[in-house]
Design a protein around this ligand. Structure first.
Ligand SMILES: [Zn+2]
Length: 415
């Protein structure tokens, strides 16, 4: 009987361990590194530079402008319940922006000695407005799948295995929302990853801050944590006993914290010898959402280092995903109308077209692009008053015009 009780107690303990915040990133990443020498080399290089900068500089590695990261959310659903609403998805984007921008109301709960270290990272997130092909998008892809449950094996990242292919991860943060098997809340790639796998995966029921209020993960902070990894942040304990996270202003700690600790959390015999103990309220620990409250200036610097000219995520700054769509499907003509009143003349036309403003005056557009109805780019140019279309086949075309800071897509007919 006694042994039964012992086994039972053990099971309960094991279950409790399982119920704690479970981020799959370090296991996943170790596996990726061990099977891919090129990735290992790339990641090593990124980390060498990140650490040098962090130790060398006292200021920020990049200028303090706000970096906006375009996001595409791939929602993989098997049941209607898993087809989460756009409103719920937006609550997650808002939560990311609050957390990375230090706008979250609960920053007041940061213990006093740590409060001066809490940073507005000046990193923000926005749902993409233009897809990789140039069409307008909500930044959300809904995809019905036959898969009922997912593991950290990247199958959700490929249409061929029931998931959804990544959008070009040089220009988008891909977030896959799917029914990860219960013990797993999410996992992420670090910078340097294979582009087709690059991004963050989050369990559907903890994505956003709606509909999951009773959960310990109801504030969208698993996504904050995983986005932290995507931006090269490690766990505070460096994934080993008293390891290094490559950041100077996070105290060393023996291992992770769970639930909600009380300050100061000092573990006897721990490597953390400071009076303030562990920074358990950091987003890169394993505390419950209600008790994760901050990134530090050192973490901010490490993340922003990626956006330097030679940084591993510098291409994000060149993304067109938050601009205006440059292709319009026939049904979407005039969907881009920030330069209202501009017209093409003559229309229909045989040999050449002009552009006119609302007063009928000829204008010289800053840029124009002419597409066929399938969205194929055929002619483009800058600062031309007159466009020769004589070589086009007869049919319908779309012209995207940029003029005086505005844009418009106009249909015309070539005769
Ligand atoms: Zn993690």
């Amino acid at each position: 009987m006694k042994s039964v009780i012992v086994i039972f107690t053990f099971l309960i303990t094991a279950l409790q361990v399982y119920a704690q915040k479970n981020c799959g990133t370090s296991g996943y990443w170790q596996e990726q590194l061990s099977t891919n020498p090129l990735l290992r080399e790339r990641y090593q290089r990124i980390n060498n530079t990140a650490n040098k900068i962090v130790k060398k500089k006292s200021g920020f590695a990049v200028s303090d402008m706000t970096i906006i990261i375009p996001v595409v959310v791939h929602v993989l659903y098997n049941t209607e319940n898993q087809r989460i609403s756009k409103a719920q998805i937006q609550t997650q984007i808002d939560a990311l922006n609050n957390d990375f921008g230090k706008l979250n109301a609960d920053t007041i709960n940061i213990p006093k000695p740590f409060a001066p270290l809490a940073a507005d990272c000046k990193i923000q997130f926005a749902l993409a407005r233009v897809d990789p092909e140039g069409y307008a998008t909500t930044g959300i892809v809904y995809k019905k799948t036959n898969e009922t449950s997912w593991k950290q094996d990247d199958k959700m990242k490929f249409s061929s295995s029931g998931g959804d292919d990544a959008w070009d991860s040089r220009y988008y943060l891909n977030i896959w929302v799917c029914n990860l098997s219960k013990s797993l809340l999410g996992y992420a790639t670090f910078p340097g990853s294979d582009l087709l796998k690059d991004g963050v995966v989050i369990r559907t029921d903890i994505f956003g801050t709606m509909g999951n209020e009773s959960s310990a993960y109801s504030r969208g902070r698993t996504t904050t944590h995983e986005a932290g990894h995507w931006l090269n942040l490690k766990h505070l304990w460096g994934d080993t006993d008293c390891g290094d996270d490559g950041v100077d202003d996070t105290p060393q700690q023996k291992t992770y914290n769970t639930g909600c600790s009380s300050f100061p959390k000092i573990t006897a015999g721990s490597c953390n010898t400071g009076n303030n103990g562990d920074m358990f309220m950091n987003y890169m620990d394993f505390s419950d959402d209600a008790c994760m409250l901050m990134f530090t200036y050192g973490q901010k610097q490490r993340m922003r280092r990626l956006f330097d000219e030679d940084g591993a995520r510098a291409t994000i700054l060149q993304s067109y995903a938050l601009g205006e769509a440059w292709k319009a499907k026939p049904a979407e003509e005039d969907s881009v109308t920030t330069a209202t009143g501009i017209a093409i003349y003559p229309n229909p036309s045989v040999n050449e077209i002009y552009f006119r403003d609302s007063q009928g005056k000829t204008i010289t557009p800053d840029e124009y692009r002419i597409y066929d109805v399938k969205g194929k780019l055929l002619i483009y140019g800058y600062k031309h008053t007159l466009v020769n279309i004589s070589k086009l086949a007869t049919g319908i075309y779309f012209t995207r015009i940029q003029y005086a800071g505005g844009q418009r897509v106009i249909k015309f007919v070539k005769q």
